[in-house]
Design a protein around this ligand. Sequence first.
Ligand code: HEC
Length: 308
Amino acid sequence: MTCLLFWHPHAPQDVEAATPWGQDYFPNTPLVTQDGQPVRFFDDLIKDKVVAVNFIFTGCSDSCPVETARLRQVQKILGDRVGKDIFLYSISIDPYNDTPATLKRYAEKFGLGPGWTLLTGEPGDIEQLRRRLGLFIEGLENGRSKDHNLSLIIGNQKTGRWMKASPFESPYILADRLGNSLHNWKNASNLANDYAHAPQVRPPSTGEQIYRTRCSSCHSLGDGALGAPHGIGPDLLGVTRQREAKWLVNWLKAPDKMLAEKDPLALLLYEQYNRLPMPNMRLGDTEINALLVYLEEETQRIQTPVTR
Ligand code: HEC
């Protein structure tokens, strides 16, 4: 799940239109929004629109928060176009537990803005929809599986162009596809340039790479960049000096365990950050070490006053 999995990455338009993703392919599944409003998948959600659709469940503590945080970055990059000419949908695969009210709380916790709708519905209907969208893996699923298919599809219903994407892709690339290429560059903006502007004078270290792909959607690092000051989690600049090394290692290894064991600091942070638990990212010792080295290096780089 490291790269974008395209149906037809560079195929010309007419070839794409011939894929089974055209009109009449999508079911008109009845769904309910987080505000309790009934909608139909085709007519109300995707018809004539550029959209991103993924499947989540609010009780999922591992991959879904990471995915939601990533999509939230995409939403930030796209700004007020979300809700105008780009629409985001997260559909629950656990409709028994995810009532509209549950979804609404989830949206509030993550600070999801307008133009991003959370949906639930009848379990059978949702399963059928997932199959249709190619986001259902036989055998892996039992409704509560942690391994639910971590993909989203993005597309333009009118042109029939659809692609499957990984939520772990750079948010700038996802935003560029939603904002520019899927609109046939009609509203071409400088979204892609933002990415070029991201300073990168040296090849990233292992720690930096892990940080960018797995942590930066929820945390900032003194950079005031995307996410900050409204990050989902705390800014991590200086954290290697603020906390004991042992605590940090334990935390990165299993934040869920520390919370369950009522570690006082874990409890405090949890309360401070909207009761949204940091997911257990299943990091190995080497990864944790690389991350801590990177966090310390960045702290040193940014906090050390430039002397001439
Ligand atoms: C889905 C969002 C999310 C992701 C992804 C995430 N975190 Fe967190 N992190 C949080 C939240 C929220 C907190 C605050 C504690 C809580 O609520 O559980 C936190 C707390 C922390 C803390 C403690 C900060 C302090 O002040 O002591 C550290 C360190 C940390 N995260 C590091 C990381 C690293 C490194 C990664 C990447 C491997 C990462 N986090 C990925 C959400 C996230």
